[in-house]
Every structure is written in structure tokens, then in C-alpha cells.
Design a binder for this molecule. Structure first.
Ligand code: TYD
Length: 213
């Protein structure tokens, strides 16, 4: 049996990642590929329980280091119980956020540092990286409009952080994409959902053949 593929979607808040991850999963399924669509934090019962602790924390909330550890713990369960077995069975895993969110949010914006986040990933998930990571980029106006439509006045412990935190997150994703072009694919998230979906397909399928070994 051939190995499956592992694709993650990344970007700041309100970039349309979840919609695009779902559309890619549907496209692949319709073309006869076996797909697992999943998300982080979450994807397994244990990781979903940790998600609740992270997004709706009890008490005063988490310090950046504790937050990084909890994300890494959730990811460890997700990788061991869902992602690795699915890839091993020849399926395609499409994941809405993964390690690079920890690098951008906790590592950069939360100042835990990239080396520490990668170390936690090495311990928790044996360093598993996606075959391709699609970063969606959109203008500030478009993001603000989407967030208002999606969240109204409701947000969570991380989405509700100040603008400077989210600016740091967005510039971290830009930096990763330019520093690591062998894994990151930057996709313009402006325009209609269908236009962005088409861009995702074009970019992904011109990238993946070279990854075949
Ligand atoms: P979610 O509602 O899934 O947000 P979005 O729709 O923007 O993807 O909530 C996930 C939140 O958790 C989001 O604010 C990003 C944050 N996050 C981290 O800070 N670190 C991580 O490693 C991951 C996976 C997510």
C-alpha cells in the first residue's frame, strides 16, 4: 500500500482555513482518495478535551509555557492515535492547523521561542511534519470582516488577544513561508471561496508530484 499524504492549513484568525480544508477534503474524496479531515487543537477525544481547557481556560488562564505544553500534549495524542495510523493506511490527512500554529502563536507571539516549541514537538510527536503546509494570506480588512461575520462579539481565550499578538502571528507565518519554501505554500486568500479553492488545488498539485519518492 502507498503511504498517505499529510497536508496542513495555517494562517491567522479569520483567513478561511476551515472552509478551504473542507473543500480540499471534498475534492479529494470525490476523486476517489480516502481522506481524514481533522483539526487542532483537537481531532481525538483526549485532544478535544485539552482544546476546551485551552480555549476556555479555568481560573486566570495559562502562562505561555503551560499553553505550549498543552498544545504539544494535544498534538501528541492526535498524531499517535489519528494522524500516523491514517497516513500508514494510505489515507490523506487534511489538518486545520498543526505545529506551525504553535510556532507562530506560542513560539513567536507568546515568546516561548521556536527552538522550545520544536523540542516539545520532537518529544510529543517524534517531529512529524506535513508533506505540505498551505498558508492562507488575506488583507486586514477582509480578515476583520470575516471575523465579525463568524464570531460576532464572541471569541475565545486566544482569538480575543490584542492586535499586536495577532500581528506577530501573521508575520511569523509569512516568515516561515519564505524561510522554508520546501514545505510551505503561500496562497492568496482574497476573493471568493471558489477562487481560493482553485488556487489551493493549483498550488498543491504542482508542488506534490516532486515530493513523490
Ligand atoms: P479555532 O476556533 O479552531 O480558531 P481558527 O478558526 O482561527 O482556526 O481555535 C483555535 C485557536 O487556537 C486559534 O486562536 C489558534 C490557536 N492555536 C494556537 O495558539 N496554537 C496551536 O498550536 C494551535 C493548533 C492553535
Amino acid at each position: 500500500m502507498t503511504q498517505g499524504r499529510f497536508i496542513s492549513f495555517e494562517g491567522g484568525e479569520g483567513m478561511g482555513k476551515s472552509t478551504q480544508a473542507r473543500l480540499l477534503a471534498n475534492f479529494l474524496e470525490n476523486s476517489g482518495t480516502s481522506v481524514v479531515l481533522t483539526r487542532e487543537p483537537g481531532g481525538t477525544p483526549g485532544a478535544e478535551a485539552i482544546r476546551e481547557l485551552l480555549l476556555h481556560p479555568p481560573g486566570e488562564g495559562w502562562e505561555a509555557e503551560a499553553e505550549a505544553l498543552l498544545f504539544a500534549a494535544a498534538r501528541s495524542d492526535h498524531v499517535a492515535r489519528l494522524i500516523r495510523p491514517a497516513i500508514h493506511d494510505g489515507r490523506w490527512v487534511i489538518c486545520d492547523r498543526y505545529l506551525d500554529s504553535s510556532r507562530a502563536y506560542q513560539g513567536r507571539a507568546g515568546q516561548v521561542g521556536d527552538a522550545a516549541v520544536r523540542q516539545l514537538h520532537a518529544i510529543g510527536s517524534h517531529g512529524l511534519l506535513p508533506d505540505a503546509t498551505i498558508v492562507l494570506r488575506a488583507s486586514t480588512q477582509q480578515v476583520e470582516r470575516r471575523l465579525r461575520e463568524r464570531d460576532g462579539d464572541e471569541t475565545d481565550a486566544i482569538g480575543g488577544r490584542e492586535n499586536s499578538y495577532h500581528t506577530a502571528v501573521n508575520s511569523a507565518f509569512e516568515a516561515f513561508a519564505s524561510e522554508e519554501p520546501d514545505r510551505f505554500l503561500m496562497v492568496d486568500g482574497e476573493g471568493t471561496i471558489e477562487e481560493v479553492h482553485q488556487r489551493v488545488l493549483d498550488v498543491l498539485f504542482s508542488f506534490l508530484p516532486e515530493k513523490r519518492s
